[in-house]
Design a protein around this ligand. Structure first.
Ligand code: GLN
Length: 283
């Protein structure tokens, strides 16, 4: 069987169980095994794979058939053009979270010594992306999960950002010491209502850590905390930017308005859905 034959066979296996993008998934897995870019796979099409390559490919396809996400099989997830190491200890970086990073970068001034707090850093993708784009920035990145922080540290080392990002194991705003204030709080907190988790697609439900998904009964647990206590943690003129889930927009705007933030807006993700709350502290 040629490489092309192997690719066709694998695509059919994934298609049969209803996986949405079988060709793209197989091409990513094949380019990992043949150590080439996806666009270069055509050069291998008529070559014969070794037994070992076929075995590895079929093993990885078996994992994908079990709905393990592609990023876990490859061990990496792309975020903002950087390849972050991922595992079952952290949420796989999502494209909608890139919108959050972009809004944060629009607010930050790359060369000044601002301070950002990333609450629930997971793989570290937001914290490290901001640090790389803003060389003067200091980032405090927290998580309750020690294993997530270990992976985030590894990512920070890989991207040479360990000097800029300080990792703290803590829950919620307890990561900040007494009186500590920052210019920007960013967060992609858990926001799925507990009862909705069992209805999520298998790749999320079985493989993303529930700690990173479960936002309590109505999904708003972290926004209550951010709305109530976030403002006192910001310097004058500081902002809070946080991602939220489908249909949570007005409840979240209400929470921030109730907590007397001078200005609250929301921003859409690339699919046009409201996804990020931006709340400004007073001057
Ligand atoms: N965006 C993720 C999802 O829909 C949830 C991430 C989160 O709760 N922060 O699966």
């Amino acid at each position: 069987m040629t490489v092309l034959g192997l690719i066709d066979k694998c695509v059919n296996m994934l298609r049969e169980v209803g996986i949405k993008s079988p060709l793209a998934d197989v091409e990513w897995l094949a380019s990992d095994i043949f150590k080439c870019r996806r666009s270069e796979l055509a050069l291998y099409a008529h070559k014969m794979p070794t037994h070992e390559q076929v075995d590895r490919m079929l093993k990885n396809i078996k994992r994908r058939l079990d709905r393990e996400p592609l990023q876990h099989i490859l061990g990496i997830g792309d975020f903002y053009g950087y390849e972050f190491r991922v595992s079952s200890d952290v949420l796989i970086p999502r494209p909608e979270t890139e919108t959050l990073a972009e809004l944060a970068l629009g607010f930050l001034q790359p060369l000044t010594s601002q301070i950002v707090f990333d609450l629930g850093t997971g793989s570290g993708c937001i914290a490290i992306t901001l640090a790389k784009r803003c060389p003067g920035l200091k980032v405090i990145a927290s998580d309750v999960s020690e294993s997530a922080l270990n992976l985030a540290k590894l990512n920070a080392e890989t991207f040479n950002a360990i000097e800029q990002v300080e990792f703290r194991e803590a829950d919620g705003l307890a990561a900040l010491v007494e009186d500590e204030q920052v210019d920007l709080i960013v967060s992609n907190p858990p926001y799925i209502p507990s009862g909705d988790i069992s209805g999520l697609q298998p790749e999320v439900r079985y493989y993303d850590p529930h700690l990173a998904l479960d936002g309590g009964e109505d999904g708003l647990q972290f926004y209550r905390l951010l709305a109530a206590e976030g403002q006192s943690r910001l310097k004058p003129g500081g902002k809070l930017m946080a991602e939220f889930g489908d249909g949570q927009e007005s409840a979240i705007e209400g929470l921030f308005a109730q907590a007397a933030w001078p200005n609250v807006e929301t921003s859409n993700d690339l699919t046009g859905k409201p996804r990020i709350v931006i709340a400004s502290a007073g001057q």
